[in-house]
Structure formats: C-alpha cells, structure tokens
Design a protein. Structure first.
Ligand code: NAD
Ligand code: DAU
Length: 355
C-alpha cells in the first residue's frame, strides 16, 4: 500500500515521513515544491529507503497530481503542504492564498477525480487528511476555555485566514462530494528540522551567534507546545481510526508564555553550551530583547483535545521538559543543517523582519 504526503520536505512533513517509514511497512510518495522552507536534507535519513519516492512539485499542479494518483494509487493523501509562517503572511499574503487555498482546492479536486474512479473496496479505504492549525479558532482571553472542534473560526492574520479557508473547502468536499476527508487542527509544534524563522529554532540560532533574542511586544502571548513526534502519531491515528468528515483537535496541554519559553531555552543553553569567559555577555539571558509586536498578534491559543483522547485514545507521550532539552541538543549537534537551510533568502528575511 502507498500514501501520498505533501509538504514532506518541511518541518512536520519530514518528521512524519521519517516516523511513518520506521513504524509502517508502506511506501510514501513524498511531494514538495521545495520552497525556502522545504529542504531535501530534512529527508536524508530516508534517502536510501526504497519505500520513499520523492517528487519535486506543487500541490496546485493538477496535471502532476492526477498523474501521481493514477500511477501510484495511494490509499491516502496527507496534506502538510502550506506556507506556514505568520510573519511572512503579514508582509506577503499572496503566496498563502495561492498554496493554502488554491493549492488545497486543486489537491481536493484531483483527489475527488481519483476517488470517483476507485472500485468500492478502494473507495472504502481511501482517506484525504488535511493538516491544519489551532490558529483558525482565533485568539483567547486568559480565562476562556480552550477551543473545541465546535468553536467557530475567527482567524486574525492572513496565514490563519488562508488555513481556515482550506479547512472549509475540505469540509465542503466531504459534504458535497462524499470525499472521505478528515481535518486535524494542532497547536505549536517543536522538534528537529524546524526552519529557524520560527521562535524556538530562531532563538537557539541567534543565541549561538550572540545575536538579540527578539521577543514581540510584552512576551506574554501564550502558545500550547507539542512535540512534533506526538503530532505525527496523532495524525497516524486519525488516518487509521478517525471518522470521515470529522475534525480532530491535537494539543499538548502545555500552555506557556513566549518569554517563559525563551528564558527556559536560555537556561538550557547556559547549561549545555556555556558562554565563554571572554564574551561580551555573561549569560544567554543578556540577549533577550523586547521588539515591536507582531501586527494583530493573537494573545493566546489553547486547544481542547479531549475528542481525540476520548475517541482514539491519543495523548501527548513526550514531556515538554525532556523534549525541549532534546530539541536544543539536536540544534546544537546539527549546526551544519542550520547553516545549509539558511541561505540568502533567509538573511534578507531576517533583515526585513527585525531591522
Ligand atoms: P513548513 O513551512 O516547515 O513546511 C511546509 C512545506 O510545504 C515546505 O517543505 C514547503 O516547501 C512545502 N510547500 C509549500 N508550498 C507548497 C506547494 N504549493 N506544493 C507543495 N509543497 C509546498 O511548515 P510546517 O511547520 O511543517 O507545517 C506543515 C503543516 O502543518 C502546515 O499545513 C501548517 O499549517 C500545519 N501546522 C503547523 C504547525 C506548527 O507548529 N509548525 C502547527 C499546526 C499545524
Ligand atoms: O499555533 C500553530 C501555529 O504555530 C502554526 O499553525 C504555524 O504554522 C506555526 O508557525 C506557529 O505559529 P506561531 O506564530 O505561533 O509561531 P512562531 O514560532 O512564529 O511564534 C511563536 C510565538 O512567538 C508567537 O506568539 C510569536 C512569538 N515570536 C515569534 C518570533 C519568530 C516572538 O516573540 N519573536 C519572534 O522572533
């Protein structure tokens, strides 16, 4: 059997493919456009695996997708492909609409055509799983209950608006065309292979270079952090046992203010990689710098994941304390990877965003 995974060279997609091939005996057709965020090195662990077939392409390229579906006959499409960085969506939203909305729409159309031609048995087994975000539910007050799947969408930035839009399309394809589709909405992931524009790898990277660690606004915005491996396991379970047409929230039960996360990273770095005596700083904490806030910055996300816990028996297996320490170790041990993924475009982005 075979599955098609899109966005496979990005952070979560690559972790998903690596975990999938170690857990399952199934071929993965791995599709990625290799944007600035996609990196083939992320898949080097499975490069030699015959069950892994990489295709460089766009989810919006219907001719390519139709061909891949026809040739490989996957039993599932798992869609990670997206423009994923909120700050970039504020500067240049168009790419977000192109991939997250039009791209998802075209992938749904190809899947619908393919599904329509399957025999009854293959139809029963086919799944379209769309990977989405907790950001679609919008910002919560400090004392509001966590967002459940029944919450209405209130996206506040172009990224989350584009993801919300794609979630609506997936829902519509289930209801209108009976496409056996499922959606997952997950909170903030951390772990290996995350592009160093996102908070955790950015802070580690800047700290190593003794550059400022930028905290937007007052740093009291709250995110719920989940280890990427736990997210991948949840997706496998939804694919296996989830009910078609349903949405499953995935969260870490691990809300933290940004400043708390950054201070913890500084503590871990001080322990694992102490600042040398002759440096201009005495601790990584000295680098913490409060900068202008992100426009429309959502104050708090919190996800109510009780449905996936009750229905599928999933729960986050990894503790934040252990996994964040391991994640920092991974970045320290893989600085070559970091150097490879940050090219001219990255430096331009950092200049533009933090000047
Ligand atoms: P990422 O930016 O690291 O990776 C996205 C990948 O998609 C990249 O490899 C990129 O090259 C590829 N891509 C972009 N446009 C494409 C296109 N048109 N066709 C094919 N490939 C394309 O993102 P990520 O953090 O790995 O997120 C993956 C998915 O999970 C996204 O849909 C995101 O919305 C969702 N998500 C992310 C998080 C998180 O914390 N990172 C949390 C919840 C949900
Ligand atoms: O909630 C899930 C979402 O998490 C995913 O859907 C997105 O794809 C993913 O990028 C992530 O979005 P965030 O905006 O929460 O992630 P980011 O790492 O960019 O920022 C985390 C928090 O840290 C956020 O409140 C903004 C803040 N921040 C971020 C950066 C890059 C800073 O204070 N300084 C920074 O330099």
């Amino acid at each position: 059997m075979t599955i098609l995974v899109t966005g496979s060279a990005g952070f979560i997609g690559a972790n998903f493919v690596i975990d999938w091939l170690s857990e399952m005996d199934e071929t993965v057709i791995s599709l990625d456009k290799l944007t600035y965020a996609g990196n083939l090195n992320n898949l080097s662990e499975v490069e030699e695996d015959e069950r892994h077939i990489f295709v460089n392409g766009d989810i919006g390229d219907s001719i390519l997708i139709d061909r891949l579906l026809l040739i490989y006959k996957p039993r599932a499409v798992v869609n990670f492909a997206a423009e994923s960085h909120v700050d970039r969506s504020i500067h240049e939203p168009e790419a977000f609409l192109q991939t997250n909305v039009i791209g998802t729409f075209r992938l749904l159309e190809s899947s619908r055509r393919y599904y329509g031609e399957l025999n009854e048995k293959d139809k029963r087994n086919f799944r379209f799983l769309h990977v989405s975000t907790d950001e679609v539910y919008g910002s919560l007050d400090a004392d509001s209950p966590a967002s459940a799947e029944t919450e209405s969408f209130q996206p506040n930035n172009p990224y989350s608006a584009s993801k919300a839009s794609s979630d609506h399309l997936v829902r519509a394809y289930y209801h209108t065309y009976d496409l056996p589709a499922l959606t997952t909405n997950c909170s903030n992931n951390y772990g290996p292979y995350q592009f160093p524009e996102k908070l955790i790898p950015l802070v580690i990277h800047n700290a190593m270079a003794h550059k400022p660690l930028p905290i937007y606004g007052d740093g009291l915005q709250i995110r719920d952090w989940l280890y990427v491996g736990d997210h991948c396991e949840a997706i496998r379970m939804v694919l296996d046992e989830g009910s078609c047409g349903e949405v499953y929230n995935i969260g870490g039960l691990n809300e933290k203010a940004n400043i708390e996360v950054v201070r913890l990273l500084c503590d871990i770095l001080n322990e694992l990689h102490p600042v040398s005596r002759n440096a201009s700083i005495t601790s990584y904490h000295d680098l913490i710098t409060f900068v202008e806030d992100r426009p429309g910055h959502d104050r708090r996300y919190a996800i109510d994941a009780s449905k996936i816990v009750a229905e599928l028996g999933w729960h986050p297996a990894k503790s934040f304390t252990t996994s964040i320490q391991k994640t920092v170790e991974w970045y320290l041990n893989n600085q070559e990877w970091v150097e490879q993924v940050i090219n001219g475009d990255y430096h331009q982005w950092i200049e533009r965003q933090y000047a």
